[in-house]
Design a protein around this ligand. Sequence first.
Ligand SMILES: Nc1ncnc2c1ncn2[C@@H]1O[C@H](COP(=O)(O)OP(=O)(O)OP(=O)(O)O)[C@@H](O)[C@H]1O
Ligand SMILES: [Mg+2]
Length: 262
Amino acid sequence: MFDTVIKVEDLVAGYNNKPVIKDISFSVKSGEIIAIIGPNGAGKSTLLKAILGIARIFSGAIKVLNYSVKSDLKMIKRLVGYVPQREYVSFNVPLRVRDIVLSGILLKRGPLSIPTKGDMLKVRRILESVNLPRDLWLKKFSELSGGQQQKTLLARALVSEPKILLLDEPFSAVDIPSQREIMHFLRNMVDNNKLCVLIVLHDINEVTDYIDKVILLNKTVIAWGKPEEVLTRENLKIAYGVDIEIIVHKGKCLALIGDKHA
Ligand SMILES: Nc1ncnc2c1ncn2[C@@H]1O[C@H](COP(=O)(O)OP(=O)(O)OP(=O)(O)O)[C@@H](O)[C@H]1O
Ligand SMILES: [Mg+2]
């Protein structure tokens, strides 16, 4: 695997004629889990969408495993798994859990592809890995709890064995033990060099232990580095525009930003 998995240089990106984020530069190395945090409207989702070629790139460059988002998008879509932010997923889908996960394979393969026995085996394995109880596999997606839905969407993103996983606020409906369980699972995959993860988080405190680096974003990169370097009162004030309390608990710095979300 390449040492640098994602390289973003001087990126300006947005929609139509309007740039939303600018002067974005950072890189993600193999074996890393990177968290993106920042206030509502900071451009966190836009940054992920720029990597996926969904948002418009005005200038600068994004490379994923040396493929350019501008010219090799097809390849990048094959390499990257994506779980969009909750509100953009239709929760009225009449499909069953197993079929939703299977769609993660079939949609990447192209129209009218037929599932093989191998595909079904992969679906079973990934549902087991994300620890979704077997009695839920044939349930309708809309009948699951919020956390179970998130696990299903995570399984759908992982079943095609992506090299990079982009998660956009995956924990909004997930209780703390399940957040940690999912992070633990992702950490194992990352440590085994199977994956690197870029995750937008609303509340980083519960999972700081699993994060290698943090990008603090508000239209541009306010700070970028290890959690303890980034999560300072000064940086958070610049990003969120208000004083954010930091408490030290069991040797860890905790930033009380979780309850500022709309
Ligand atoms: N499809 C779109 N077309 C035009 N503008 C958009 C689009 N999506 C987002 N924007 C604008 O881009 C800016 C950044 O939005 P984005 O969704 O990236 O923020 P965010 O950091 O993910 O916020 P949140 O924490 O609320 O999810 C906002 O001002 C938003 O209105
Ligand atoms: Mg967002």
